[in-house]
Write a protein that binds this ligand. Structure first.
Ligand code: 23J
Ligand code: MN
Length: 263
């Protein structure tokens, strides 16, 4: 065999020179789901629920298993380009057809913890990204851009969705930032700690839901409800993030892992 790369990777994993960080929240019936307003007649995403088939009992004396129910966009999950109308006509744009090379790529982590703390409606600007790049280098083509807010700390309380009479207040992206990341940086997509990749107030932006509209409109992907981004370096991590292979699926819950060099 020519390359020793995988042998080196495995030995680095075994010796702890590379650590694996789980960026996934636990799925349970209390896992928050997107609170889209219902007054327009929009459909509702089912929360996660689980029903036990058997647990070493009369329904199955030696086996434990469950039936599950949830929307595709529940908990830590993957958004495929077909999720949005702007991405509907690309080839290989669904969970079963996306090229698998998108599922193992580098990640950069942009820290906006202080900004999100000061303003729950904070929208990340191009200037904010450029400042990050002046410290950490230009975002490499084919990377995930992960938006660190530490918002996942709130997952088990009402501050996660942060609902008010005018809807949810959670951080997101200025529309121009999405165009910049998609077109000037050629990212694979963006990942966030909030319930969806757009800001809580994104239905009022122009275009509405700009991250969904323009990321998927550029045939790119999303990751939502990530956690443990505080354990990642600004650059140098590699993400393993793959959706379930649902036929023509728009997304799915995913187990998202990061490989993180320790030196
Ligand atoms: C449908 C409509 C609006 C949004 C979303 C889904 C998501 O955030 C999602 O999970 O993809 S904002
Ligand atoms: Mn989604």
């Amino acid at each position: 065999m020519g390359s020793k790369t995988l042998e080196k990777l495995v030995s680095d994993l075994v010796t702890g020179r590379i650590r694996i960080v789980d960026l996934t929240v636990t799925l349970d019936p209390s896992t928050p789901v997107l609170p889209l307003p219902t007054e327009f007649g929009w459909g509702v995403s089912w929360p996660f629920s689980v029903e036990t088939i058997s647990r070493y009992d009369e329904k199955g004396p030696a086996w434990y298993w469950n039936n599950l129910k949830c929307g595709e966009h529940t908990g830590t999950h993957f958004d495929a380009p077909i999720h949005w109308v702007t991405g509907k006509d690309f080839e290989n744009n669904a969970t079963d057809t996306l090229p698998v090379d998108r599922f193992v790529v580098p990640a950069v982590v942009i820290d906006a913890v202080a900004e999100a703390e000061a303003d729950p409606d904070f929208l990340m600007s191009i200037e904010f990204i450029r400042k990050w790049e002046s410290e950490h280098g230009e975002i490499a083509e084919g990377s995930w851009v992960l938006y660190r807010t530490d918002w996942s700390d709130k997952i088990s309380n009402e501050n996660y969705l942060n609902m008010a009479s005018d809807g949810s207040h959670t951080p997101g992206w200025d529309p121009s930032t999405i165009t910049f990341l998609a077109e000037e940086r050629g990212v694979v997509g963006v990942g966030v700690e909030t319930v969806g990749t757009d800001a809580g107030q994104a239905s009022a932006l122009e275009p509405n839901f700009p991250c969904h509209n323009m990321m998927h409109g550029a045939n790119k992907c999303g990751l939502a409800s990530l956690c443990n981004l505080d354990q990642l370096p600004p650059t140098g991590a590699v993400l393993i993030a793959a959706p379930l292979k649902i036929k023509d699926g728009s997304g799915s819950p995913a187990r998202v892992l990061a490989l993180v060099p320790q030196d």
